[in-house]
Design a protein around this ligand. Sequence first.
Ligand SMILES: Cc1cc2nc3c(=O)[nH]c(=O)nc-3n(C[C@H](O)[C@H](O)[C@H](O)COP(=O)(O)OP(=O)(O)OC[C@H]3O[C@@H](n4cnc5c(N)ncnc54)[C@H](O)[C@@H]3O)c2cc1C
Length: 183
Amino acid sequence: MTASPVSRHHQLLVVGGGNAGLSLAAQLLRADHRLDVAILEPSAKHHYQPAWTLVGGGAYDIKDTERAEADYIPKGAKWLQDAAASFEPDANTVVTASGQRLSYDYLVVCTGIQLDWDKIKGAKEALGTNGVCSNYGYEPGPVYLGVREELQGRHGPVFGPQHAHQVRRGAAENHVPGQRLLA
Ligand SMILES: Cc1cc2nc3c(=O)[nH]c(=O)nc-3n(C[C@H](O)[C@H](O)[C@H](O)COP(=O)(O)OP(=O)(O)OC[C@H]3O[C@@H](n4cnc5c(N)ncnc54)[C@H](O)[C@@H]3O)c2cc1C
């Protein structure tokens, strides 16, 4: 089977238009505006994650952490609204979810992390119950706020490690009622 032809070529292809991808593209274009930079990012929304801690502390509105991706694409960069489905490094090519073949001179991959709650038995089910919550995500934001309100004048929180896969195995299902586990 022969590979389908390249749909387009860019000097620099940045996969992932989160904080890392956007900052890197902006810095390079600031250094040389003639660079041909494309950002491959499927989401129309950009989330400013550091502010999620402030949301938990009541100093920031969760809605203000979600912005339009289009507003943050650096001037001079092209936004390709699609996702990387596979990489063909020998051919300097990325194949997208929609079947485009993108070739590049240089590739930067900054696709962030993927939360895998299922790595810890009971963690996903426990979210939003018995004071278990996480500030790692836009969706759990309201849950986090609910738990904060619930905490007023009660037991102090137990902060777990920040990544779900690092949370102490069994912590979610075995935690003592009344004790708060925040990841
Ligand atoms: C609660 C919290 C507090 C934090 N506080 C701080 C702080 O105080 N200071 C600090 O420096 N850092 C902080 N961080 C960390 C910081 O926010 C992250 O390190 C940073 O946002 C990561 O940026 P990123 O671009 O690597 O990933 P992300 O911003 O997650 O972006 C990854 C992008 O890749 C895209 N993507 C995923 N898969 C694909 C694919 N297949 N193809 C194309 N695109 C794809 C996603 O849609 C996403 O837009 C905090 C994080 C959290 C959650």
